[in-house]
Design a binder for this molecule. Sequence first.
Ligand SMILES: Cc1cc2nc3c(=O)[nH]c(=O)nc-3n(C[C@H](O)[C@H](O)[C@H](O)COP(=O)(O)OP(=O)(O)OC[C@H]3O[C@@H](n4cnc5c(N)ncnc54)[C@H](O)[C@@H]3O)c2cc1C
Length: 340
Amino acid sequence: MQFESNKSLTQLNTLGFSQLAEHYIEVDSDDMLNEVIEHANRQDWPVFILGGGSNIVLTKDIPGLVIKLSSETLAYENRAEENSWKFRLTASAGTNWHRLVRDSMSRGIPGLENLSLIPGSTGAAPIQNIGAYGVELADRFESLRALHLKTNEWHTFDLSACEFGYRDSYFKRHSGEFCVTSVNLMIGNDKPFETGYASLKQALEQVDADQLTPVLISDTVCKIRQSKLPDPAQLCNAGSFFHNPVVSQQVYEELKLKTPNIVAYPQDEERVKLAAGWLIDSIGLRGTRRGAVGVYDKQALVMVHHGGGTGEQLLAYADEIRAAVKDKYGVTLTMEPMIV
Ligand SMILES: Cc1cc2nc3c(=O)[nH]c(=O)nc-3n(C[C@H](O)[C@H](O)[C@H](O)COP(=O)(O)OP(=O)(O)OC[C@H]3O[C@@H](n4cnc5c(N)ncnc54)[C@H](O)[C@@H]3O)c2cc1C
């Protein structure tokens, strides 16, 4: 086992903050993970599991051990005789998520097209139950394998054990307890494609339903995403920085009286989801900067790092934005990335 010391994480987080890992190792098998965890526990090192670093804000050097899973394997199992989903796709945690999506597309298997181009690793996908364009991981999820870090014992989680919610899961609420090493997805059913999400629907308006393919939808999702979100390789960011807040119907109606053009999506008869980006934009904060950090000029939901700044500076500006939204609308925004 070869541990690196004082490893720079600048290239390993998409916000590009320059923090260090006290110790760092890349792990490519379950057996190696057991050995590494045994060693870390003996040394009393706290352990942090790093994926693609696209959903974290580093505010300090990470003490103890940072582990990155490097194994990238995909296995398809035909399950057509057992259920309406034709394939079980098993992917190791280190697999790049978009690579997995495109691999299934290249085989003509539908199911994951709406989740195209979400940065990061497959192992992190269940942590916040990634979602986009009307589909979330939970809709295609069967089970996962994870190592309990304190006891170094293996566990299997099925759908209900993961306690998935909107950008949420058991793992997000119990951060650092488990390391996910592989994920099983159920894909390839005959259901109609999910094209109801407003911008996707609009982009596919001219396409006849019988012309739709997983690849066409995936390509369309990629185009929409590229037009709206900054590429972290060009401008450091962690995607959506705030959750869209969900409020009661009554609160929504009061807000609508004061601000008739407020953007909102009904969730059910009692709850309404507000567009956090719209709230921030409406108070004139889109494109603003505080030194090295700021709000993306094309999408107010995204916070960006222009270089030379720190996670603390980003969080300080995020707090200012949250206070301004609270002041104007009485709504509390919560942050999506994990603060480390
Ligand atoms: C441009 C951009 C667009 C984005 N768009 C979306 C979007 O549309 N929808 C969406 O849901 N998200 C989106 N995100 C957020 C991000 O891509 C996802 O949350 C992704 O799943 C994070 O993966 P990662 O490997 O980078 O995780 P990291 O950022 O490395 O880690 C995130 C958290 O998961 C934990 N973790 C990572 N791997 C494991 C593991 N194997 N086992 C246990 N814990 C682990 C980490 O400890 C950390 O707490 C976007 C991000 C960016 C930069």
